[in-house]
Design a protein around this ligand. Sequence first.
Ligand code: ATP
Length: 527
Amino acid sequence: MASKVIRAVPKFHVTTPIFYPNARPHLGHLYSSLLCDVQNRWNKLANRDTCFTTGTDEHGLKIQLAAQQKGYQDSKAFVDELYEHFVKLDSIADIKYSRFIRTTDPDHIENVKELWNICYKNGFIYKGEHKGWYSVSDETFYPQTKILELTKDGQWIPYNGIMDNGAKYINSESHNEVTYQSEFNYFFKLSSFQKPLIELLRNNPGFIQPASRHSQILRELETNELRDISVSRPESRLKWGIDVPNDESQKWWQNTEHLIGKDIIKFHTIYWPAFLMAAELPLPKKVVVHGHWLSGGVKMSKSLGNVIDPIEIISYYGSDTMRWYLLENSNLEDDGNFIERKLWETRELLCSKLGNLINRCGGKKFSLYSGVQAFNHKSPEELTPILSEKSKGPFISLLNSLNNCSNAIDSCYSLYDITGAQKIIWAIINEANSFVQSTEPWSKSGAEKDLIIYSAMEAARIALILSQPIIPNFSEKLLDRLDVSNDKRTLEYTPYGSDDGYGMSTNSRHKEVPIQRVPFRLDAENK
Ligand SMILES: Nc1ncnc2c1ncn2[C@@H]1O[C@H](COP(=O)(O)OP(=O)(O)OP(=O)(O)O)[C@@H](O)[C@H]1O
């Protein structure tokens, strides 16, 4: 019998889908993990308790067949090898999860059985005959109207209802092969949850994000009747799965934000909430759905093999460049195209704008530390008179931008609008560079010179604290360069003037800016 597991509920929990380890991970997997990692790191910065889970979905026919095709007798040995690649990608991309869950982990197996038992006891699982067209690749049964048959002269035509044993059949949308199956399975009474799901979505307009996906699923629920779904496979066909159980206990999370690609929206916004309702378990707070990274105009996917290997790209450009680029060139609504030259330009910009801001104020002719000592916690009214007339306007404008940025960025992060947060960070960096340009600290002396340098470096310090979730390594190195102590890198320290003890050695000796340019990889390789 499984033991009852009650776990302390964290204040914030974010999770990726569990990925199929039927081949190595690609850019798309990295993207889902990255959005979760950034969200988790942002909540940490705000001093919230957080938990971030990710993992691999290691059972099922898709894995069993992939293992067989690769000549593995044992599906476990196959997934053991591939799961390592997912962990490696997370490590190289600085994805810092709290737990990597494999569906073959003993405690996960126990939990699946527990969930099954509760649903069964509550009357939502029954045994019945299952007939239909099944695609292993899509892990879905399709109605006859969605099936195409290959004719002898090589044409795909709608299936006419008369099966020919030698013929090939595919689904009309995914174009993946389907076969006709008839077997006894367990079914989940999805049909009982049509009304509760509609109510859930009507009463919680933010349950699925973005709003367009919420409307899509609500419309689907309102117009299409939900049918019961089969949730088991006979042992004769599926060797590689979890045994249907007869034991019980429970374990759950609350306040969960679940992030997925749009390909699995139906499974995670209809089936999964229905399972949780059936077991009377708490639902996630929201399900966030993102678009796809494309390759050759179609979704990058392991099965198609049209993938970009993120490990190769990160090994050359570093994880921060990749992270900043992926987030800046995507949004939840649209699909994205990976363009390596743009990624290279991202690194160029980070070096030339962010690196340069710190470089030009970190020279020996200035003293950041004098500014920190003289001006921390001073009000704008006390500081403005120090400046010449021409510098006052840019100074007040910079202070206004800095004072508004933290809340504005918080709203962006909470909506997974990381591009929006990046725009605000760029605006601060650009304004700080123009501020230095227009106030010309090199031509000033005394308190005025110190205040200009201090204010520009306040902008850099604040921008770096806010950038930590996206570029953890660059931020760490540059905050080190400014001598910002480790316990003063949270959101409490984002107001102007809030850190009274940094910059001690910033100008006293020559230090290289810790982020350097690299040549465009494909040019470097061609040389
Ligand atoms: N091209 C992509 N763009 C964005 N996210 C993706 C992409 N491909 C996979 N993902 C992420 O992985 C999840 C699907 O995982 P899965 O392991 O099925 O990937 P896959 O490449 O589609 O695999 P397969 O080709 O074997 O179906 C998506 O919901 C999303 O979170």
